[in-house]
Ligand binder design. Structure first.
Ligand SMILES: [Zn+2]
Ligand SMILES: [Zn+2]
Length: 57
């Protein structure tokens, strides 16, 4: 997983190679837009972690 992908932030943890919306009817984020992610390890922590102030690494 070394290029951009799109993930659902809901509990379905859906991952797609294309932009779109969550397609899991029982997910709290159903039909909400997927979020772009470019992590290399599949951890998706970049978008799952809420930004705190302006901390950058
Ligand atoms: Zn979902
Ligand atoms: Zn990711």
């Amino acid at each position: 997983m070394d290029k951009n992908h799109f993930i659902c932030l809901g509990e379905c943890e859906g991952v797609s190679g294309l932009p779109g919306v969550c397609q899991a009817p029982d997910c709290s984020h159903f039909e909400q837009k997927l979020v772009e992610c470019n992590c290399a390890d599949g951890d998706h922590r970049v978008v799952r972690t809420e930004p705190e102030d302006a901390v950058e690494e």
